[in-house]
Write a protein that binds this ligand. Structure first.
Ligand SMILES: NC(=O)CC[C@H](N)C(=O)O
Length: 223
């Protein structure tokens, strides 16, 4: 499985996700600078967490217009996979690759803690190593994680089963509608999520609940 991690000015979980991919799949991803216009031949593109462009304007809004983004959309259109974590999820909604928006946390504070996530779908490449309904731990670290979609869009994504992760056991840290923590697009090949599975892959991090997401990507085949 070949992957690329896009690096924006202000990305800070790019190396964390690269480590998770290496641990889970045995292969180092390629780092791609945001100003490039071409991607290497890869199966998966990762938009990592961080504070691209200092979160100016809106989190992810400037990165969504980066030179590399048309290539990311074309990669998906060709059958490729895309994973956006935290700031990466914000970039995916800002670029229109995923529906909805990530608003300021309901409590108006940056939250950095572990939450519980329920696995709503196991028929995606990202979640196939988990059990449906399984509850895992995962850290969050964001100030703009409050997922919102208008009622019509929400009905559509709920009806299509596009919600992949929900905050469980009363741990919704940001006010996200329907406790939504992560969604897929209609093809299931794009996943955006606010929590950071790449930061829970080793015992010294307090557990390995996040590792399954990357392990599921190990034998990714082009769709
Ligand atoms: N950890 C992150 O990716 C942070 C995301 C974003 N900059 C926020 O704080 O909302």
């Amino acid at each position: 499985m070949k992957s690329a991690v896009i690096v924006f000015p202000g990305s800070n979980r790019d190396r964390d996700v690269a480590t998770a991919l290496k641990v889970a799949t045995g292969i180092d991803p390629v780092f791609v600078w945001h100003a490039d216009t071409d991607l290497p031949d890869v199966d998966l593109v990762v938009l990592p967490g961080g504070f691209s462009y200092g979160d100016y304007l809106r989190s992810g809004a400037i990165a969504a217009r980066a030179a590399i983004m048309p290539a990311v959309a074309a990669h998906h259109a060709r059958g490729g996979y895309v994973l956006g974590i935290c700031n990466g999820f914000q970039i995916l909604t800002e670029s229109g690759l995923l529906p909805g928006a990530l608003m300021r946390n309901a409590g108006l504070r940056f939250v950095c803690r572990k939450v519980k996530l329920s696995i709503e779908r196991t028929d995606t490449a990202f979640t196939r190593t988990y059990r449906k309904g399984q509850v895992i731990s995962c850290p969050v670290a964001h100030h703009d994680g409050n997922y919102f979609a208008d009622p019509e869009t929400l009905d559509r994504i709920e009806g299509n089963g596009q919600v992949v992760f929900r905050y469980a056991e009363g741990t919704n840290p940001n006010g996200s509608v329907n406790d939504i923590a992560g969604i897929a697009d209609e093809t299931g090949r794009i996943l955006g999520m606010m929590p950071h599975p790449e930061n829970l892959i080793a015992d010294h991090q307090g557990g390995r609940d996040g590792l399954g997401l990357f392990a599921g990507l190990a034998d990714l085949q082009p769709a």
